[in-house]
Design a protein around this ligand. Sequence first.
Ligand SMILES: C[S@@+](CC[C@H](N)C(=O)[O-])C[C@H]1O[C@@H](n2cnc3c(N)ncnc32)[C@H](O)[C@@H]1O
Length: 320
Amino acid sequence: MGIRIQELLPGTMNIDEIHTPVLLERCVELLAPALNQPGAVLVDATLGMAGHSEAFLTRFPGLTLVGLDRDLEALSIAEERLKPFRDRIHLVHTVYDGITDALDSLGIAEVQGVFFDLGVSSLQLDRVERGFSYSKDAPLDMRMDNTSDLTAEHILATYSESELRRIFHEYGEEKLAARYAKAIVEARATAPLVRSAELVAILTKVTPVVVQRTGHPAKRVFQALRIEVNQELSVLERAIPAALDAVAVHGRIVVEAYQSLEDRIVKKALARVSTSSAPAGLPIGSADAGPAVIIAATGRAAAVAVVEAELGRRVAALPR
Ligand SMILES: C[S@@+](CC[C@H](N)C(=O)[O-])C[C@H]1O[C@@H](n2cnc3c(N)ncnc32)[C@H](O)[C@@H]1O
């Protein structure tokens, strides 16, 4: 990986000044029973700038870490930050639904933990030219993986009015989805949209002033475009079952979800495997038919949800 760490970090920030991740202690605590096992392997499916991973590797000296990220810049920073642990880490450039292939390529049959810290990283938000922020003018990009093809610009240029309306409504939960889709289609007939400021101006123009007082008009549209560009929800729907398949008996999966659409997908996927398949009348906890996953704790604090699952047995064979 090409290392230009100082260029990748915002402003004059140094690699040891990267902030401590939210909920770090809680995540360590939740994963500890699994990661304290001898020879434990953890997949950090959203490595980012490796704040969590650095803490896991420090707290669990016998731990091997497999770090996944779809963002090459994040992987470069993580590689630099995790240099002291280089003998215990494997970093893989992949979308996290590729967890099975990533483990196969490393010859790892099962792991004790999988960790997800969902969403965009502060690195991605702070790098203006990547186009994630509606508050700074930038190209309409929004790709977490800049080797992939689909950009926000392409979506805005090619999706039909009804497709735009659907993504704004479903992924942005935007009440003005129809109005915004119509305004975009009208505007692009004159000139293609290439900069975020152009999009913000179009949305602002058709947003009633009273609505503008309740929040930035572009907030939900930008969220929807980011989700569509990165196919975030469909990838997550495939990733949780893949993570469950990878985890050994007594392993743990911990997910930090900050957004309701993701939170719902995670809880639904875990609830499906935590439902007992025991025929009526059999005692709950029967060795073969009890719940495959026990959801040990589900919490919501401010915009944060933590879901933890402790597996009773491998779930690969269970019907989905
Ligand atoms: C919130 S940040 C993680 C921060 C990290 N836990 C830390 O402590 O620095 C999320 C990271 O996950 C990555 N990411 C998001 N969706 C992904 C996906 N579907 N596959 C792989 N990586 C993904 C992003 O590129 C970003 O680097």
